[in-house]
Design a protein around this ligand. Sequence first.
Ligand SMILES: NC(=O)c1ccc[n+]([C@@H]2O[C@H](COP(=O)([O-])OP(=O)(O)OC[C@H]3O[C@@H](n4cnc5c(N)ncnc54)[C@H](OP(=O)(O)O)[C@@H]3O)[C@@H](O)[C@H]2O)c1
Length: 294
Amino acid sequence: MTAKIIDGKTYAEGLRARIAKAVKALEAKHGLKPGLAVVLVGEDPASRVYVANKAKQTVEVGMNSWEHRLPASTSEKELLALVDKLNKDPAVHGILVQLPLPKQIDSTKVLSALDPAKDVDGFHVVNVGRLSTGQDALVACTPVGSVMLAKDALGKKLEGLEAVVIGRSNIVGKPVAQLLLAENCTVTIAHSRTKDLPQVVRRADLVIAAVGRPEMVKGDWIKPGACVIDVGINRIERDGKAKLVGDCDYASCAEVAGSITPVPGGVGPMTIACLLHNTVRAACAQKSVPVPEM
Ligand SMILES: NC(=O)c1ccc[n+]([C@@H]2O[C@H](COP(=O)([O-])OP(=O)(O)OC[C@H]3O[C@@H](n4cnc5c(N)ncnc54)[C@H](OP(=O)(O)O)[C@@H]3O)[C@@H](O)[C@H]2O)c1
């Protein structure tokens, strides 16, 4: 069997087009222009690229975008003061503080200071708690994007499927498991202490790999026909060249799986699209207007 390739780049483009339409409708009907503020502290080159891409895509869908670039020497107090100002600004509907933060700043303290209604990254404990108790929540973007791709590949319904999530981080593994539970999957969360991981993965109709170990999941771990969503982004060197690979060994997994996300071009492009999606939802909730179809 050769797996169907799940094209996250095309799916994300379509999602952004639907978001742009929703933004236009909100402005026309309610005079509401959603706005996202992104805060970057320091000069981390990867973070600078992420933040620039977020700002570009925010503007492209017709939303307001603000970038706050602070020096690496910024104190926790200064950053908390900026968060407070953004929390109070009615034009700002979503706030994202780019991680990692410099070591003099406690990131948990900063994320807790965000207004949960504006926490479009979905990392605030209020949103995490709301997700795990089945209430409406702003949910972390990469997990939302991963589940959207799985639903698209599997014809919308995930109910009753055996899902195995590999990884239990707060930013991917745990929220993705909660989302799958809400879709009525039977969910197993595997991690570094799981015994006989290949055997656990073999029972999955849906595998979500979020480990951070290049090409760890092999084709003979995959149940024939399963859907494989590879969240991993790992930089390796092969034949003297830098290369991006996922947590799944794409070549061997694609021979067995029914569908699989490539790396790059799978889950990666979904993250910013879902951030914009969350910002529209946050704006609608703050202004008590219905969320348009997206
Ligand atoms: N936009 C995107 O596409 C996006 C966004 C976020 C992350 N990512 C990528 O997704 C991957 C995971 O990110 P993360 O932040 O969740 O990583 P993380 O915080 O390092 O968590 C990794 C998880 O994998 C588990 N693990 C490690 N080695 C394992 C092994 N040998 N067998 C089974 N489980 C193992 C760890 O288990 P323990 O808990 O037992 O240590 C942990 O729960 C990374 O490659 C990251 O770059 C991509």
